[in-house]
Structures are given as C-alpha cells and as structure tokens.
Design a binder for this molecule. Structure first.
Ligand code: SF4
Length: 460
C-alpha cells in the first residue's frame, strides 16, 4: 500500500480525554495523512476543542481568528474544528467563521475520513450526531515503543452537575466492551508499553448498559492482570460512585498506582447541593479517610471551583477547611464561569469577577502550602520512577513520575528514558521534586519487591 503523502496537524485543547481523542483522529486518518508537528506544512489542520470553561472556549475562538490569514494565503488548506466546542456550536461556528471547512462533534471523530473527503470537495460538512452506544474504534497501532497509553473506556455523563457542559457535548454515558479494552491494552503492552491510564468522564459508573455485567473495579482487575503491565492509573472518578470494591483494588492490585484524582468541587454542603454533586462534605471526607486507611501512602488530587453562584464567604471558608482536612497533594482550581445550557448559568447571585479572583488566589496559595508540605514528606524516601523524558528545568537532567504522580527531576543519560528505576528524593520544590538515582535501570519489571523496608513506605 502506498504511504500517505498529505499531512495533518492536530491542535489539542483540554483534558486527557481530548488528548486520547486526538490520537484516535490521527489513527482514523492514517491511510491518507501522516501526522506532522509543524502546522505550516499541513494540508489538513484540525483543532480539537474544549468547552468546559469559558476561557478554553475563548482560546479556540482566538486561534480560529488568527487562522483566517493562513487560509487566505493557502486556500487549499482544509481547516476543521472538532470536539466539545464544535459539538456545542455546530452550524453557528461555521456561520461565524467562513474560512472553516469542517465541523465535527465529539463522536464525529470516528467518521472523519468521510467528512474530510467531503470538505476537500467543498461541501463544508457539519457532523454533531451523538450515538447512544460506543462506536467501534480502529485497531490502534502502537509504534515506536510507547511508554504510556491513554485508553478510553467510556464517554459521556449522566450526572448533570449544574455547572458542567459535558452531558450536553459528550452525550449520555456509554461504555466500551471490556474485550475491546483488553485487546487494546494487550497490544500496547506487547509493543513495550509500561503505563496505562483508563479514561472516562466518570469511570466509577463504567459498565452500565453493556450486555455483559461488569463493574469498574472488575475491569481494573482484568487490566491489572495483563502480563507486562507496570503501572495502571485511571481518571476521572466521581466521589459519589467510589465503591468499597474500588478501595480494595487500591489495596490489592500491584500495578494500580497510589494516586487518585477525586474532584470535590466545593467544601460547603449548600454549594455541593446546588451543584447537584450527590454527596456531602462529610461523605467525601469519609471516603478520603477510608482510602487512606486502605492505602496509607496514597496521593490525592482534586478539582475545585470558586465563586459558584451564591457562594458566601462562609461557604468558601468551608472549602479551605476541607482542603486542609483532606490534605490534597494537588488541586486544579478554577473560577466558576457560566456555560451554555447548564442550569447554574441561570442561577441568581452570580458573583463578581473580582470576588472569584480573590478567592482563587487564596485557595491556590493554600494548595501551594499543602503541596510543598506533601513534597517535604517525601524527602529521603526511596521511590520508583518511570523515566519519561528530558527535564524542562535543565537539558542534562531527566524527568519522570513517581507512582504517586509527583514529577521528579534527576541527573542521568538519555538512554534511561523509558526505564523504571529507584531514586532517593533529595529536594522538595513547589511543583516538582529532585532525586538522586540509586541504580542504573536494569529491568522493566515492577520494582516494588526491591524497595527497602521503611515505615513511610507505601503499604497498598
Ligand atoms: S460528573 Fe458532573 S462534572 Fe463530571 S462530567 Fe459529569 S456532569 Fe460534568
């Protein structure tokens, strides 16, 4: 078969789910297009968008504006917008940007080859159809000894948190068949892969609607049993659906990394209720306590929204208080911004921007304190790192992640990239750690049984 001669450039905004979707986009187009990292040489320029916050949507619109000149200079370039903003705006986006050739929504990515063909012929197609079940994905090719893989296990959400646009732009929950997930994961491991992250908007409700009865913890157990898997992660979990079985998984599955992202959003019951989150602060903290009991070294990260409509000083103080009690290792925090179609956009008592900004600054400075405290707690410890690449801090340093998800920089040759090895943590910084290699990497097998005994050692 002839190799593709045309080039596609994909610009991705947003979360890991979008990163995984962009990988699928490259794959479905692989018969006709080779992926390029140089936008200026592309024949096809695709933007994979995020609508979760107003700011991310504004970034897309601004990029789209700047591409007008490009399109004028190179009228043969096919320019497409996909993902959440495309799903939300559909035809409106096409009308607002006459230089656009193609709109495809969150599920349109699977029909891209045909859509692109139509765009080449000047049809300006718009595909924002949402199907009720997971479309078959192409068999993924794992080329060039990949280290980490994002494997989508479900999409969409039925929860309708009042601030969130996801159920509208991704549709209702739909899970992928376990057999398909296991085949994809096995192929990745056979190609030399080491770490798998299972992805979904709410992985804890995985399995609903599948012909075979399978829960998320059961799926985790099947993936964790695949030969050659060193590390297993997942995102994102809804606190309400976090089951005792999942807690057991942290205690029992060796590849499952000791890190959980558990978005709390607010520490005030009044606000949690207005957000339609389905749990109270007490229930959330209780789950944190039993997770820490099952897995004493577990690192927790979270998402937080400040300035939700009606949030008082006292509500905000309760959020700060919950952060201290949960002792999050990391938090992704944002000012509330009203999103189209969501209920909260119509709530009274929308807060002024300056109140939101002031609260965000206070919250982030508290999280900085909590993060550095957690980092200092790691000083002197010996931990396993997966060497991911060159450090951004210095060209003669490498960087990787601990199982607990912290970034660590350390000296070493490029040949170590892709290895698992042991490090001693020597410095704690606000956003990363510094380490000292204890050995030359010799194996790609899990190193847990070679870690020295220590009272601080993870006991999952
Ligand atoms: S659980 Fe809530 S915040 Fe998460 S994707 Fe669903 S609606 Fe959005």
């Amino acid at each position: 078969m002839a190799l593709p001669t045309k080039k596609v450039y994909i610009r991705t905004f947003g979360c890991q789910m979008n990163v995984a979707d962009s990988e699928v986009m490259a794959q479905v187009l692989a018969d006709d297009y080779v992926l390029t990292e140089r936008a200026e040489e592309a024949d096809l320029y695709l933007i994979n968008t995020c609508a979760i916050r107003r700011k991310s949507e504004e970034k897309v619109r601004s990029l789209l504006g700047s591409l007008k000149v490009w399109k004028k200079r190179r009228p043969q370039l096919v320019l497409g917008v996909g993902g959440c903003v495309a799903q939300q705006e559909g035809e409106r986006l096409l009308a607002a940007a006459p230089h656009l050739d193609l709109i495809f929504g969150t599920q349109g990515i699977y029909r891209l080859p045909e859509l692109v063909r139509r765009a080449w012929m000047g049809a300006r197609p718009v595909d924002v159809e949402l199907a009720p079940c997971f479309p078959p994905l192409p068999r993924r090719q794992w080329l060039g000894a990949p280290l980490q893989a994002l494997v989508t296990i479900m999409q969409g959400c039925n929860n309708f948190c009042t601030f969130c646009v996801v159920p509208y732009v991704r549709g209702r929950e739909m899970s992928r068949e376990p057999g398909v997930i296991l085949t994809e994961a096995s192929a990745f491991l056979a190609a030399g892969g080491k770490e798998i992250t299972l992805l979904g908007q709410n992985v804890n409700s995985y399995g609903r609607g599948l012909p075979e009865s399978v829960t998320f913890p059961q799926l985790l157990r099947r993936v964790a049993a695949l030969p050659g898997l060193n590390r297993l992660r997942f995102a994102t979990s809804h606190p309400r659906d976090l089951s005792p079985d999942l807690r057991l998984a942290f205690a029992e599955l060796p590849p499952l990394c000791e890190h959980l992202h558990l978005p709390v959003q607010s520490g005030a019951n009044r606000i949690l209720q207005a957000m339609n989150r389905g749990y109270t602060r007490e229930e959330y903290l209780e789950k944190v306590a039993w997770l820490r009991q099952a897995c004493p070294g577990i690192a927790l990260s979270t998402d937080l929204i400040v300035g939700f409509p009606g949030e008082t000083d006292s509500d905000f103080a309760q959020t700060l208080d919950l952060m201290r009690e949960a002792a999050f290792d990391q938090a992704f925090s944002f000012k509330y911004s009203p999103r189209p179609q969501t209920r909260a956009a119509g709530f009274p008592d929308q807060l002024p921007e300056e109140v939101k900004a002031e609260r965000l600054t206070r919250l982030q400075s508290l999280q900085d304190e909590l993060t550095i405290k957690a980092h200092r707690g790691l000083l002197g410890q010996v931990r396993e790192v997966l060497v991911e690449g060159l450090s951004r801090r210095s060209p003669d340093q490498l960087c990787g992640r601990l199982r607990t998800n912290q970034v660590v920089n350390f000296p070493g040759p490029r040949e170590w990239i892709g290895s698992l090895m042991l490090l001693q943590i020597t410095e704690a910084h606000p956003h990363s750690l510094q380490g000292r290699p204890l050995e030359v990497p010799l194996t790609s097998q899990p190193l847990a049984d070679r870690l020295p005994a220590s009272p601080k050692e993870l006991s999952c």
